[in-house]
Design a protein around this ligand. Structure first.
Ligand code: GCW
Length: 730
């Protein structure tokens, strides 16, 4: 019998009154068998500390259903777990269901070979489970693919049951997590008829983890797996990621060390892959383009040199011997000092294809990043990737993705979508989002990123007329790219730069967990709304009281716009220091103009902003009509992107009737006020959520409020030296 963090005294007392108690702490989830009397004592002693949550359990806290009639109805609906024995994925499904149901229902639901009474939860595929096969659901299951599933209330052998079925074990796993989520979000289980399939095929986390354990742009402690790993932690990472459908992890930084492809590191990668495999998460590696020279002692890395091609093939063969389900390579080439094919006068396509040919026989892919901004290509940094990549459309092998950041600059709090979306119809584009909050307050500011990602996914590129959404470019439907004969799928994908580390709460800020969660949910279905995702996450992570949910929801949904207001009003971008945290509008980086705030805001006494119309850099012409026309005219450009596309005088009259200067003042001030309001709203939750996390979040919100005021004050003082306008503060 299990006693877990449990607000329900009645159940708690019943459990303690039985013999052979076990005690499970949410922090370690290590189960200790205790004599019953010892359990009571220890249970009492721990009662207080157990309430103090660490955030370690993420959205998989599995809190007991407090309403007794609801709890009883769940218990009637779930009396046994029937998952076929003998497969690692089957075992993790069963373990998760046992664990989840123990928490949610307060009882141990047994795993059984077949249903004996009403209420069995039967999970499997037609080939692993004779029970599922006998249902004859093949026609319904096949179109859902191996990752899709149905969850249905059914009658099996004359007994009421819930069936979670898929043609693949991955689908069974995702279906099991979905089923748990139904209870976690307190949904009824009586008449289920759910069918799901992911909209995108590759749903990846990109870990910018260095082999020494540090993480580039990581704000939550050291790497989960380099240079060594804690298997329990990696299991928990895999549980959380699989629960939202993530099916791949690039386990080293795109600023890749060649060593990551050396035999000892491949062996370590194989160890990580072994832990992740039952959760259906494949390992991918970031490759350094100079690896043939560095590791293979070749005299060149020229991708058209046969010796180089042979080296990559040999390396791929070696990797697949150790990691048979290896996903492939991501490559950052000729970008920010990384080596690449252009060092040999070759194109990005030549480079990508050399690696693609090496992994193709094994079913691997190459994700070739389009984060390139060679100064010689164009004076305007945001134009360079398009200029280099569009001419290569159609020249990449079938198993190559171009991996493109959401915006053309670099994960700013608001950017127009990257113009490559909609401009490379023959190439699958893998969207790269950033979950870690490099430019978004790092682990100190509460910024829920789903609204920003939705803005990107729902943006209309107009590539094929109205309705040509970025999400349709990514899911391949816009360009009607061929379906693969093997599985009738298109090559599609999305990657998120991860925010996980060894901090107890994984992400540094308790609310940064929501961004990991939301990324996975949107990767599964870009059509979900930011609010619906927030609601799920809040209930699973914080609680169910309507005022708690409503307050946290409003904080989350307002947070991104607040952050934009105090850091990049009216599209004024990159006014941040080299640490990518604090305001530094005066920054003129001696190393590169395009790392400087002054390069972007261009403020002087005549005005402010970057002219990207035809009078200026002409970046607007990288977008399809009617966007290029709309964004060429300040009157038809949304205020939110005004200074991204235009350079305007300080007395420019805004749609609001205010001058540009007054509007800037209003936005910075509003942002600072909104940050303050986030803190104030949070304080209404005192005593309504657990104290430890309440305090931790409060401290961060306090800092956010101070930082927001500092952004306002520093930026306005600086820009006022050019505008000469009035300041709101003393
Ligand atoms: O956002 C910038 C970051 C770099 C990063 C680079 C990239 C991994 O500041 O830290 O390097 O982008 O995406 O390659």
């Amino acid at each position: 019998m299990i006693i877990r963090r449990d607000d329900d005294d009645e159940i708690h007392a019943k459990l303690v009154a039985r013999r052979g108690c076990m005690l499970i702490t949410p922090m370690t989830l290590r189960i200790r068998r205790l004599g019953c009397s010892a359990a009571i004592v220890v249970g009492m002693a721990l009662a207080v500390s157990l309430r103090a949550e660490t955030g370690h359990d993420l959205w998989l806290r599995y809190v007991l259903a407090a309403d007794s009639s609801q709890r009883e109805s769940y218990r009637r609906a779930v009396t046994a777990i029937v998952v076929p024995q003998g497969s690692p994925t089957g075992d993790v499904i069963a373990a998760e269901l046992v664990r989840g149901l123990r928490g949610l229902l307060g009882v141990d639901v047994p795993r059984a070979p077949r249903p004996r009474s009403p209420g069995a939860v039967i999970v499997g595929t037609p080939s692993t489970s004779p029970l599922v096969a006998a249902l004859g659901w093949t026609e319904a299951l096949e179109p859902l693919g191996v990752e899709g599933y149905v969850i249905r209330s059914a009658t099996v052998g004359g007994l009421a049951a819930t069936v979670i079925a898929s043609t693949g074990e991955s689908g069974a796993l995702y279906g099991a997590f979905h089923f748990l989520r139904l209870i976690q979000t307190r949904q009824p289980l009586e008449t289920l008829d759910i069918a799901e399939r992911p909209k995108l095929e590759r749903r990846l986390l990109n870990h910018w983890d260095n082999l020494d354990g540090t993480i580039e742009r990581g704000y939550a402690g050291r790497s989960l797996w380099w240079p060594d790993r804690d298997d329990q932690r990696v299991h928990d990472y895999a549980r959380a990621s699989a629960s939202v459908g993530i099916n791949g992890a690039v386990i080293n930084s795109v600023n890749a060390s060649s060593r990551s492809l050396s035999t000892p590191f491949i062996k370590r990668a194989a160890g990580i892959a072994a832990v992740l495999r039952p959760y259906r998460i494949r390992v991918y590696l970031a490759a350094n383009f100079a690896a043939p020279k560095v590791l293979g002692a070749l005299t060149t890395d020229d991708p058209l040199d046969p010796a180089v091609a042979r080296w990559w093939k040999g390396k791929a063969d070696e990797i697949y011997r150790l990691i048979p389900d290896f996903g492939g390579f991501v490559v950052k080439a000729n970008s920010e000092g990384q080596p690449g094919p252009q060092d040999y006068g070759r194109t990005h396509a030549d480079g990508a294809n050399a690696l693609a040919d090496a992994v193709a026989p094994h079913g691997g892919i190459v994700m070739w990043r389009a984060f390139v901004y060679d100064e010689r290509v164009d004076p305007d940094r945001v134009k360079r990737a398009y200029a280099e990549f569009v001419p290569l459309d159609g020249r990449f092998r079938d198993n190559v993705f171009a991996q493109v950041k959401s915006g053309p600059l670099d994960f700013q709090p608001r950017e127009p979508f990257h113009p490559l979306f909609g401009a490379m119809p023959k190439t699958p584009l893998m969207a790269e989002l950033q979950i870690t909050q490099e430019y978004m307050g790092q682990a100190n500011h509460l910024v829920y990123l789903a609204p920003m990602w939705k803005e990107f996914l729902d943006a209309d590129t107009y590539a094929k007329g109205p309705g040509s959404l970025v999400s349709k470019v990514i899911d391949g439907s816009l360009d009607g790219r061929a379906l693969r004969p093997v599985d009738g799928q298109r090559r599609t994908g999305i990657a998120g730069v991860a925010n996980t580390g060894r901090d107890v709460n994984w992400s540094g800020h308790d609310f940064a967990q929501a961004n990991w969660y939301a990324f996975g949910r949107l990767a599964w279905d870009p059509g979900l709304s930011a609010g619906a995702i927030a609601d799920e996450w809040i209930q699973m992570t914080w609680g169910y009281a309507p005022d708690v949910v409503a307050t946290i929801r409003s904080i989350m949904l307002d947070s991104r716009e607040a952050y934009v207001h105090y850091t990049m009003p009216l599209g004024l971008h990159h006014v941040i220091g080299g640490d990518h945290y604090a305001p530094m509008p005066e920054n003129t980086d001696p190393r590169r103009a395009d790392w400087s705030a002054t390069y972007y805001h261009r403020a002087d006494t005549s005005g402010i902003g970057y002219d990207r119309t035809r009078r200026g850099s002409g970046a607007v012409d990288q977008y399809w009509s009617p966007l290029r026309e709309q964004w060429s005219d300040p009157a038809t450009t949304p205020d939110a992107l005004l200074l991204w596309f235009h350079r305007l005088p300080w007395d420019y009259r805004m749609k609001s009737g205010r001058t540009l200067w007054d509007e800037l003042v209003a936005s910075y001030s509003r942002g600072a006020d909104e940050a303050k309001a986030l803190e104030t709203r949070w304080t209404t939750l005192s005593g309504k959520v657990d104290q430890a996390r309440y305090q931790a979040v409060l401290a961060k919100l306090h800092r956010q409020r101070e930082d927001a005021a500092a952004w306002r004050d520093k930026c306005l003082r600086y820009f006022q030296t050019f505008s000469g306008g009035p300041l709101p503060m003393k």
